[in-house]
Design a protein around this ligand. Structure first.
Ligand SMILES: [Zn+2]
Length: 376
């Protein structure tokens, strides 16, 4: 089971400790994404070295390959992957809608065709809990309906109602020791968000997530929705904003009372050559770095920044060496952990507001254009 303790607050922001079956997580936390059971390009030892205490794996992908029964027979996901620490598995709802073909959603569940081999499957709330229990996830997510943005009001209403219905069914079948989180839906409609939050809270779940945001809506809309939902969630349960990955969004959401984050941004951008640094973003292939013998981020303590120059990292990307994506991923994952450490320390000292201002000013000081504005 899960124990969550809020140790310090600074306005709505919370600094706390989340004790899970495979270990302790300090919050607010960022969870690197290991979709297929691996944080792409990194070994578990390297992920540990970045300071990450929990990762996110994906139910949809692991159910299709290698199969949850196989992972269960291998001793659960932590053992199978060599990551002997906490794992949160998402329910697969998001992938069913975004990756699979021929999705048909009814109150019974989500029927989809595998993006791997075209085989047909039905994710019911009960099956999704069963899969995550077979994986021995530290935190399991309810099946939710997350329609792609933008969402019409009727579609958002149906999805939010169905998400509540499914959460109730998930809650009914879960083993008592399963740390099941409900997911608040309602797209960008304030009243739907509020009613979704209230109906999930009535299930008295160990934690709550806010889903269906950071999908392309304007940041002020995201913050408005988070700001309305967070105060409706129980103060003694962890709150998780799904898919928020830009440092500025994380900082804003922490200030609204969110404890947990995940996103593919640090890993995916690392593989494609964009680094998050204390002064903003670096697109390492840029020719301006060809003779730059400075560190990727002079303020960073990661292996990449301690040992390599921007010129060398650019060279690795230009010639297509596998080490380039690895080194940038390592740096980015560490950057996010340092960000969270900074946030936690600022909450502890009661200075989050001024810390956030300084951080955002620094971030905006020199960024390469990345064209990633629509790539959330
Ligand atoms: Zn670094």
């Amino acid at each position: 089971m899960l124990t969550f303790t809020v140790e310090k607050t600074d306005s709505a922001a919370r600094q706390g400790t989340l004790v899970l079956p495979h270990g302790t997580v300090h919050t607010p936390c960022f969870m690197p994404v290991g979709t297929q059971g691996s944080v792409k390009t990194l070994t578990p030892a390297e992920v540990v070295e970045t300071g990450a205490e929990i990762i996110v794996c994906n139910t949809y992908h692991l159910y299709l390959r290698p199969g949850h029964k196989r992972i269960q027979a291998a001793g659960g996901l932590s053992k199978f992957t060599g990551w002997n620490r906490p794992i949160l598995t998402d329910s697969g709802g998001f992938q069913v809608y975004s990756l699979a073909a021929l999705t048909r959603v009814t109150d019974e569940g989500a029927e989809f065709q595998s993006h791997v081999d075209g085989s047909r499957h039905l994710f019911t709330p009960e099956l999704v809990v069963e899969i995550q229990e077979a994986l021995s996830s530290d935190i399991a997510m309810c099946l939710d309906e997350c329609p792609p943005y933008p969402v019409s009001r009727p579609a958002a209403e149906t999805a939010a109602a169905r998400t509540s219905l499914w959460a109730e069914r998930c809650s009914r079948v879960r083993e008592p020791e399963t740390n099941l989180f409900g997911i608040v839906q309602g797209a960008t409609y304030a009243d739907l968000r509020e009613s979704s939050a209230k109906s999930l809270v009535s299930l008295d779940l160990p934690g709550y997530a806010i889903g269906g945001l950071c999908l392309g809506e304007a940041s002020d809309v995201t913050y408005d929705m988070v700001g309305r939902v967070a105060p409706l969630l129980p103060i003694d349960r962890p709150r998780y904003l799904m898919g928020a990955g830009y440092p500025e969004d994380i900082v804003a959401a922490v200030r609204l009372g969110v404890d947990m984050f995940d996103c593919v941004l640090p890993t995916r951008n690392g593989r494609t050559g964009t680094a998050f640094v204390s002064s903003g973003r670096v697109v390492i292939r840029n020719s301006r770095y060809a003779d730059d013998l400075g560190a990727l981020d002079p303020t960073c303590d990661c292996y990449t920044c301690r040992n390599f120059t921007r010129a060398y990292l650019r060279h690795l990307f230009v010639v297509g060496e596998a080490l380039g994506p690895r080194l940038l991923t390592l740096h980015n994952v560490r950057f996010y952990q340092r960000l969270m450490q900074g946030i936690r320390a600022a909450i502890e000292q009661g200075v989050l507001e001024s810390w956030s201002r300084d951080f955002l000013d620094r971030c905006r000081s020199s960024s390469d254009p990345t064209g990633e504005a629509n790539d959330r």
